[in-house]
Write a protein that binds this ligand. Structure first.
Ligand code: 3PG
Length: 219
């Protein structure tokens, strides 16, 4: 089994081009489509829908069925059951805060895009030896932020990271400016309080600001 499919199917390119992946926590299925539409309209056509709520799989299904322009994936996937549920629902990628061999084996066997997480040199050694060129770095702010990522990237030459946890409008440009970063992830543009009244215009506006930061730094 190999990770080659992930390097040639355009997944990494799509994530890199998006630059900032919104990490979405949705409690209600009816919020899924308006959320996806706001992200697409704002200029970040990707969503990592986290398995922290009971509605996650149904939200992924709604987005995958009704919003062809969004790259919808599942986040906070910590066991194989969630992983299978997410893929059944239509998730195009899986993100984990850490890594689990059952998830890795199944994703490789079924050619499912996977970004596992690692923060220590030991974890990265394992993931790189399994063939992963891109890993999640979470919680980025607590594990040393960009300084830690760049120190790791100097050792694990060519490896790139998707930091989440503490990425914000104040520091996202720093992350995006580093060659070691494929894309950053975060919740600041999709916080539940922004759309509690069913109005997604604030989500769209903050998404547009984040997309502008991507363009500013990456062109
Ligand atoms: C994640 O799931 O990646 C993090 O919870 C995102 O962290 P943030 O809320 O600090 O953006």
């Amino acid at each position: 089994m190999s990770t080659e499919y992930m390097k040639s199917n355009g997944f990494y390119e799509q994530v890199e081009k998006t630059g900032v992946v919104p990490v979405v926590v949705l409690e209600k299925v009816e919020d899924a489509v308006p959320m996806a539409n706001a992200l697409v309209a704002g200029g970040l056509p990707a969503a990592e829908v986290t398995f922290r709520t009971a509605a996650a799989a149904d939200c992924i299904h709604e987005m995958a069925e009704k919003c062809p322009d969004i790259l919808v994936g599942a986040g906070t996937v910590v066991n194989l059951e969630q992983c299978k549920k997410a893929v059944d629902a239509g998730a195009k990628f899986i993100v984990s805060p850490g890594y689990d061999m059952a998830i890795i084996d199944w994703c490789l066997e079924h050619e499912v895009n996977l970004i596992p997480g690692g923060v220590t040199p030991a974890e990265l050694t394992t993931l790189i030896n399994l063939g992963f060129d891109i890993t999640k770095f979470f919680p980025a702010n607590l594990y040393g932020g960009l300084k830690a990522i760049e120190a790791l990237a100097a050792v694990f030459v060519g490896h790139r990271f998707m930091p989440t946890g503490g990425v914000s409008p104040d520091n996202v440009r720093d992350f995006l400016g580093s060659k070691a970063i494929l894309a950053a992830g975060g919740t600041w543009m999709v916080k539940p309080n922004l759309f509690a009244d069913g109005d997604f215009s604030r989500v769209e506006a903050l998404t547009a600001d984040a997309a502008a930061a991507v363009r500013e730094i990456r062109g």
